[in-house]
Design a protein around this ligand. Structure first.
Ligand code: S3P
Length: 452
């Protein structure tokens, strides 16, 4: 697919449903009692993989397009699938479903596409094994395919090295079935959609932030809850869940995905003479770090019509072309914008000065190695980018020219270069452009409608 420079982007775009929230609505709806009615479910390939996995475990799911009905059978209502569960390209499906499967009384094999079979699964295998499940990486490389034999889980107190919502959620889901309280501490708070939705479905789940009374007493001596636990390091957060009798199905309004909106936000900033109204964007603070970074870089964005549906804040965002300057992005903000870093790296090429992205080594284990792929493709277009161990250094201000860029079948890379191509001389040709179907099947149509 080819893109050339354009003279401005104008109009409105309504962002499709959030991928993370869509996955959770079907998963939690399947293990809840009663019907869960989901509005604005994302019809991307990843979320369709989640529907298909639960259908194979005996859950009736009616996908009517905009509305999905999940006829949940309760915490103990899943049945053994007759075949291997295929999670496609979806890390969220693979890791979260593993948490649920570790607590079932049947054996299952999980697999996915070539990318999934390279992504690290030890991060969930370790805690779920500590809870009692048997999880084997069939090829012995710590990746899928995984064979999971469920057991009644033990409640554990686990400290994860990475701030990962997928790891946290897998443990919390096993914790629903456990024999006692389960605690997961992460170095920084990652997206909290599981905690919000599990609570909304009736689970007893809470978050303790470092410095909160429950987590850390003022004098740093005995914890306020008398648990004898060590106080949390600054910035870290602990999710705590109690075993549940049952969850109850509910109505879920899925907000638009800020990770998809990011491409329009950044396109609106970098393409001169642009003004775009981006409708229905989820702005949960654990996801909305890109908005702070854009403001730090001098970008012109305004939030309008702010409201909350199903416990998730949502807004429309007006973006206008802006002169940007470089910034430093690292630490606690990283989990709140991890999926947006490729397109943030692209806008940094148009900013005055240097942008440093650090503490983001997780980028290497996403759908592609996003540090290597971004550096390779931006450099091919004439940008001044250096890859580091945990991020990138981008010296802005070099004019970009079109090039042939490989998406490496990573949807966020393809979308990043579609919008970057709108600001480059000559033609940008994206190889493997069709992979946007993972999270945003109608992306190119929506983008092209805005082009002047
Ligand atoms: C997701 C969590 C993040 C994110 C991914 C979706 C989720 O992954 O990158 O696209 O839905 O929980 P990690 O948990 O590996 O950081």
């Amino acid at each position: 697919m080819k893109f050339v420079r354009c003279n401005g982007l104008h109009g409105e775009v309504t962002i499709p449903g959030d991928k993370s929230i869509s996955h959770r609505s079907v998963m939690f709806g399947s293990i809840a009692k009663g019907t869960t009615e989901i509005h604005n479910y994302l019809q991307g390939a990843d979320c369709l993989s989640t529907i298909s996995c639960f259908q194979k475990m005996g859950i009736e799911i009616e996908n009517r397009g905009d509305i999905v009905l999940v006829h949940g059978k309760g915490l103990r209502g899943l049945s053994r699938p007759a075949e291997v569960l295929d999670c496609g390209n979806s890390g969220t499906t693979t890791r979260l479903i593993s948490g649920i499967l570790s607590a079932q009384d049947f054996d299952v094999t999980l697999t996915g596409d070539a990318s999934i079979q390279k992504r690290p699964m030890k991060r969930i295998m370790e805690p779920l094994s500590l809870m009692g499940a048997s999880i084997e990486s069939i090829n012995g490389n710590g990746c899928a395919p995984l064979k999971i034999s469920g057991r009644k889980p033990h409640g554990i107190s686990y400290t994860s090295k990475v701030a990962s919502a997928q790891v946290k959620s897998a443990i919390l889901l096993a914790g629903l079935y456990a024999d006692g309280e389960t605690r997961v501490t992460e170095p920084y708070l990652s997206r909290n959609h599981s905690e919000i939705m599990l609570k909304y479905f009736g689970a007893d789940v809470r978050t303790e932030a470092a410095g909160s009374a429950a987590a850390e007493p003022a004098d740093n001596s005995t914890p306020a809850d008398g648990s004898g636990r060590t106080p949390l390091p600054a910035g870290s957060a602990t999710a705590v869940i109690q075993p549940a009798e049952e969850l109850h199905g509910n109505l879920v309004e899925v907000p638009g995905d800020i990770s998809s909106a990011a491409f329009f936000l950044c396109a609106g900033l970098m393409v001169p003479n642009s003004e775009i109204l981006i409708r229905n964007v989820g702005t949960n603070p654990t996801r909305a770090g890109i908005l702070n970074v854009i403001r730090d870089m001098g970008g012109d964005i305004t939030l309008l019509n702010e409201h909350a549906g199903s416990g998730e804040p949502t807004a429309d965002i007006l973006v206008r072309s802006s002169s940007l300057h470089g910034t430093v992005i690292g630490g606690a903000v990283i989990p709140t914008l991890i999926d947006e870093l490729p397109v943030i790296a692209a806008i940094a090429c148009f900013a005055d000065g240097t942008t440093v992205i650090r503490d983001a080594a997780e980028l290497k284990v996403k759908e592609s190695d996003r540090i290597a792929v971004m550096t390779e493709n931006l450099t091919a277009m004439g940008a001044d980018v250096t890859a580091t161990d945990d991020g990138m250094i981008i010296r802005g201000g070099q004019p970009l020219h079109g090039a042939s860029v490989n998406s490496h079948l990573d949807h966020r890379i393809a979308m990043t270069f579609a919008v970057t191509g709108l600001c480059a001389d000559g033609e940008t040709d994206i190889l493997g452009a069709e992979c946007v179907n993972i999270s945003y099947p109608q992306f190119y149509e929506d983008l092209k409608r805005l082009i002047r």
